[in-house]
Design a protein around this ligand. Structure first.
Ligand code: UDP
Ligand code: MG
Length: 323
């Protein structure tokens, strides 16, 4: 039977949290009295996570493991989860229990009222550094101001999406993915629920500053041309300055002033313009690199074991035993 609800959890070295994740999710989801499944996407973990996922799946058929051939990153792991999910409503949740599973019930009741995307807004974040909170706050405000898509502030990937929305998202195969932006972009009826983001149940963050920066760049390039237009604006500004500078310098010369003589002023102007040009080239490079990735058309992820195989292997084994 097709489940009503699919819960997707991306997993990268989360051995600390998986048993507790399963326990808390089943406790909450059993309260709905409807069939559900838990899609655990193992994103190339190098700890005991794969074994724990397999044993959870062996004990409970509702747990469906998707095993990646290597680490493809959080956004891709969630994408695979969306591809494999079969539910009428699909919920994305972090595996470290920072997103309290209890909030899912609130999301589900909104979904029953007809809301098609229920995103969770972080009212408070426990156990995170001021640096993470500050950069996150800044990030959401920049994205909000330079993109046309109105991405809700302070939301993560913790959200419920109706099957209709998931089907649309499944057709969007871009390689550099910013899922919360994509799920805002599709439209439909969207509403938020607020929650307090808990501290990690165990282990440590898998999102160092480097990865956060990469995600920010994906979000900006994926939803805005602003950085490209920046070169045009800067070009106009410097050309404007040069046009003003010509008569000013001419007047100073006519008055026999010593201003604007010498190498220093020339050097500053050349270095400034050189810098602006290199930055503009770099921005162009970011977009071209992304175009190149799209053109190659490689698969988004490679699965070494999918849930179909996992449970059918099981069936073959069982049949073997019975015959
Ligand atoms: N994650 C993943 N692949 C990665 C990095 C992270 O699947 O390459 C998963 C991770 O296991 C967790 C979720 O993405 O379930 C969010 O990561 P994390 O909690 O480390 O991020 P933070 O909450 O610190 O921003
Ligand atoms: Mg976390």
């Amino acid at each position: 039977m097709e489940p009503t609800f699919s819960i997707i959890a991306p997993i990268f070295n989360e051995e600390c949290c998986l048993d507790e994740l399963y326990r808390r999710i089943s406790e909450v989801m059993d309260q709905t009295h409807e069939p559900w499944e838990l899609v655990l996407v193992n994103d190339g973990s190098r700890d005991a996570s794969p074994e724990i996922i397999r044993s959870l799946a062996a004990a409970d058929k509702r747990v469906r493991p998707v095993m990646f051939a290597r680490n493809f990153g959080h956004q891709i792991a969630v994408t695979a989860g969306l591809d494999y999910a079969r539910g009428q409503a699909v919920i994305i949740i972090d595996a470290d229990l920072q997103d309290p599973p209890e909030v899912m019930l609130e999301m589900i009741s909104k979904w029953r009222e007809g809301v098609e995307v229920v995103y969770a807004v972080r009212a408070d974040r426990e156990g995170e550094t001021w640096f993470k909170k500050l950069t996150a706050a800044l990030f959401y405000r920049i994205i909000f101001s330079i993109t046309d898509v109105k991405i809700p502030m302070d939301t993560g990937d913790f959200r419920l999406m109706d099957r209709k929305v998931v089907n649309v998202m499944k057709t969007m195969r871009e390689h550099h993915r910013f899922l919360r932006g994509m799920s805002a972009w599709v439209g439909f009826r969207q509403e938020g629920v607020t929650y307090n983001r808990a501290a990690r149940f165990g282990g440590e963050t898998k999102y160092p500053f480097r990865k956060m920066l990469k995600l920010a760049l994906t979000a900006i390039t994926g939803f805005s041309y602003f950085p490209l237009q920046l070169a045009t604006y800067l070009g106009f500004i410097t050309a404007g300055l040069a046009i003003i500078a010509i008569p000013v310098v001419a007047i100073f010369r006519a008055l026999q002033s010593q201003a604007f003589f010498g190498q220093a002023s020339t050097l500053i102007a050349v270095l400034f313009l050189g810098g602006v040009q290199l930055i503009s080239l770099g921005i162009l490079g970011e977009y071209i690199g992304r175009i190149y990735d799209e053109v190659k058309g490689r698969p988004l992820y490679i699965v070494s074991e999918d849930p179909e195989n996992f449970h059918s292997d099981d069936q073959i084994k069982n049949q073997g035993e019975f015959s």
